[in-house]
Design a protein around this ligand. Structure first.
Ligand code: BES
Ligand code: ZN
Ligand code: MN
Length: 509
């Protein structure tokens, strides 16, 4: 999809459809009202009569009888203005594009009108690009009805903002790449395949990449990852990509942001086997890995001036003759002993070793993304990722990034009182069986391995994949949750453009 900013009057755009945003309870105004007059007032008539209400995801094509250059006008809803955050803005445009594809439009335009401000450009573009995502890439036979949009023109968003469009398009495409990986079947996307994807990304940008297999994992003491992977014929991998973006501030004080992803390519639960109805979705248990890999791809290609590493702990959690037992005790890579009371609480195990791996390789700030707990769905549902953090300062960056990305996160508390629930009778820690505060406890287990560094844990178990058929304004199926969050976090933590570039010495001359 080619996206461009256009300055010609919207009524003169040679497109199949011109989309006009409408919020509930708002009348058409400005350029939307002008357009409406040109075509005889049919738009405001429909709005005033409540034939079109402007509800989010409401999309309605209207014939214009040749009165303007566009063949159709599309009214599309944004919902109530006071509900319109970055995530809903993207969702509305996702749906606009998705619906337009089913109608076969090739060339589209969007008219910026109230309540979309000039600052909505990024969300509009990201949402539209996400709307091009196609889940049915593995269907054979008759081509699916869903068609592609070739050109998208943006009217009324000003000029000279091409770089913003390009960045937003990259963010949207990165989100879709993560969704593609989430969607990939587990016989395709194995731990090794995930490592190959990471290697491809690293090679594309000339980045350092390291993939540890069972032998290296053993010598490095990554027994928690090995334990989780031991039931599978597909061996585990610890994957690390390193991007050096900060050329100005080398040395001990420099920030090295680690993006850490849970990469369980299939989670059967292991010996603590899941019930069939809870297992079918578990191919997406690598959604955290998908997000961090997709994010570092963009961070590197955009040359964000900060040092970043992506670490993925990849394994398949299977029952089998070599599978770990409930009751096994392992020495983790950082030396703590862990009693595995439930093999289905495998995410925190592999992440514990992944955090240690990141710290060993110089990480100063840690964020992990993981489809960690079913309890996240209970706590806040699919509408946001659940989070915990040990550091208010770092958290403020995460929160800012989430807002900028339209990728919601909601922080849950860590109370010291819970810590006793992590205790094992025979080891330093146990991995499950707490009975309450499941999402927080999962996070608190991981926190034990953060080495006291600023850390945030994003539980995307619910946000990565909306399975609720009634919750229709949240993207259904794979969402790529956390992808844009990671990109924005790196950007938010990078020294600001003005400070870092050009360097003082260059500025003087
Ligand atoms: N991958 C699951 C969490 C999950 C559940 C993700 C539902 C997406 C949808 C994770 O490995 C898991 O099984 N967690 C257990 C933890 C429990 C045993 C402490 C859970 O949530 O039931
Ligand atoms: Zn899992
Ligand atoms: Mn599990």
């Amino acid at each position: 999809m080619k996206i461009s900013l256009v300055s010609a009057p919207a009524a003169e755009l040679n497109v199949d459809a011109l989309a006009v945003p409408v919020a509930t309870g708002q009348k058409l105004s400005g350029p939307a009202l002008e357009l409406d007059k040109t075509i005889g007032g049919v738009l405001s008539e429909m709005v005033v009569n409540a034939e079109f209400r402007g509800r989010i995801h409401e999309v309605l094509p209207i014939p214009v009888q040749g009165r303007i250059a566009p063949r159709r006008v599309i009214l599309y809803g944004l919902g109530a203005v006071h509900d319109l955050d970055g995530q809903r803005l993207r969702s509305a445009h996702h749906e606009l594009v998705r619906a337009s594809r089913t109608w076969g439009y090739k060339r589209m335009a969007i008219l910026r009108a109230e309540p979309l401000g000039m600052d909505s450009l990024k969300g509009v573009v990201e949402g539209c690009v996400m709307g091009t995502f196609e889940r049915r890439s593995r269907q054979t036979g008759a081509a699916p009805e869903r068609r592609e949009i070739d050109e998208l023109s943006l009217s009324g968003f000003g000029s000279g903002r091409e770089h913003e469009v390009v960045s937003a398009q990259e963010n949207g495409e990165a989100t879709n790449r993560a969704r593609e990986w989430q969607n990939a079947p587990p016989n395709e996307l194995t731990p090794d395949a995930l490592a190959q994807e990471a290697t491809r990304i690293a090679q594309r940008h000339n980045l350092e990449v390291e993939v540890l297999g069972p032998a290296e994992l053993k010598s490095g003491g990554y027994n928690l990852l090995l334990g989780v992977g031991s039931g599978s014929a597909r061996p585990p991998r610890m994957i690390r990509i390193r991007y050096h973006g900060n050329h100005d501030r080398r040395g001990a004080s420099a920030t090295v942001l680690a993006l850490i992803g849970k990469g369980i390519t299939f989670d059967t639960g292991g010996i603590s086997l899941k019930a069939p109805d809870q297992m079918s979705r578990m191919k997406d248990d690598m959604s955290g890995a998908a997000a961090v890999l997709s994010a570092i791809d963009v961070i590197a290609s955009r040359q964000v001036p900060i040092d970043v590493m992506a670490v993925v702990a990849a394994a398949e959690n299977m029952p089998g003759p070599n599978a770990q037992h409930p009751g096994d005790v392992w020495v983790s890579a950082d030396g703590k002993t862990v009693e595995v009371v439930n093999t289905d609480a495998e995410g925190r195990l592999v992440l514990a070793d992944a955090l240690t791996h990141a710290l060993r390789n110089g990480a100063t700030h840690l964020i992990d993304l993981a489809t960690l707990t079913g309890a996240a769905t209970v706590a806040i549902g699919h509408a946001a990722s659940a989070a915990v953090s040990n550091d208010d300062g770092f958290w403020s960056f995460v929160e800012k990034a989430a807002r900028e990305a339209g990728d919601r996160v909601w922080r849950l508390p860590i109370y010291a009182d819970y810590r006793i629930l992590l205790r094992s009778q025979i080891a330093d820690l146990r991995n499950a069986e707490y009975g309450e505060a499941g999402t927080i406890m999962g996070g608190m287990f991981i926190a034990e391995f953060a080495g006291g560094k600023p850390w945030a844990h994003i539980d995307i178990a619910a946000s990565a994949w909306n399975t609720n058929s009634e919750l229709t304004t949240i993207l259904r199926g794979p969402s790529g949750a956390g992808t844009r969050l990671c990109i924005e976090l790196a950007q938010a933590m990078a020294p600001s453009e003005r400070n870092s570039w050009p360097p003082e010495s260059v500025k003087e001359s």
